[in-house]
Design a protein around this ligand. Structure first.
Ligand SMILES: CC(C)(COP(=O)(O)OP(=O)(O)OC[C@H]1O[C@@H](n2cnc3c(N)ncnc32)[C@H](O)[C@@H]1OP(=O)(O)O)[C@@H](O)C(=O)NCCC(=O)NCCS
Length: 170
């Protein structure tokens, strides 16, 4: 994501239909979006751009705290009109290649609402495995919601599926 994408990203962040029915309702000002871009420890979004230049969503990575350090997690959203065309599966494959090529991480994880079948299909198509359920993990839109935890390990990934060049470490 480049600075020029910030207004669009902030717009998506504030639109409930882009984040879908299984994500919390977000609010993000442009200034908060700028701060996020400046801080590499925060959410790092990559914009999904089609060959015709149109921007259709994002896939992001971020760190979650863990007693033994930090775990890498990913999240993603597409504008409603571009869903169901395989774009997110392709984008997550690229993100997994990128993270295993550029970071010394053993695993990448993702969380999804048990009812979010499209998201689970994306993860399974890319090779993520379901680890379990975080029961009543967070309170959202009037109810306590469970979350499925998925992960892919470096040894399951084995080699890049789309990216071919070695990416320089950050
Ligand atoms: C989840 C999301 C990113 C998937 O993106 P996408 O580009 O549509 O995903 P893909 O096209 O690569 O694959 C989706 C798969 O789920 C299937 N699918 C989509 N909606 C479905 C539904 N309601 N029930 C069952 N399967 C569904 C598609 O058919 C496809 O499977 P297939 O390849 O076997 O045909 C998109 O739906 C989205 O932006 N949702 C709102 C935000 C969100 O929920 N983000 C994830 C939070 S964990």
């Amino acid at each position: 994501m480049e600075k020029e994408d910030l207004p669009l990203f902030a717009e998506w962040f504030n639109k409930p239909e882009v984040f879908g029915e299984y994500n919390p309702l977000h609010q993000m000002s442009r200034i908060e979006a700028e701060k996020m871009l400046e801080n590499p420890l925060e959410l790092k979004p990559f914009i999904l751009e089609k060959k015709d230049g149109s921007k259709i969503g994002f896939v992001a990575h971020f760190y979650v705290l863990h007693t033994a350090g930090r775990q890498l997690e990913i999240g993603y959203s597409l504008v409603p009109s571009e869903r169901g065309k395989g774009y997110c599966s392709e984008a997550v494959k690229i993100m997994v290649d990128y993270l295993f090529l550029s970071k010394e991480t053993m695993r990448i994880q993702a969380q999804t609402d048990p009812r979010n079948v499209a998201s689970q299909k994306v993860l399974e198509k890319v090779g993520f495995k379901k680890e379990g359920t975080l029961r009543k993990n967070f309170f959202m839109r009037g109810e306590w919601r469970d979350a499925y935890v998925y992960s892919i390990l470096r040894e399951e990934w084995q080699q890049p599926r789309i990216l071919t060049k070695t990416v320089e470490s950050e």
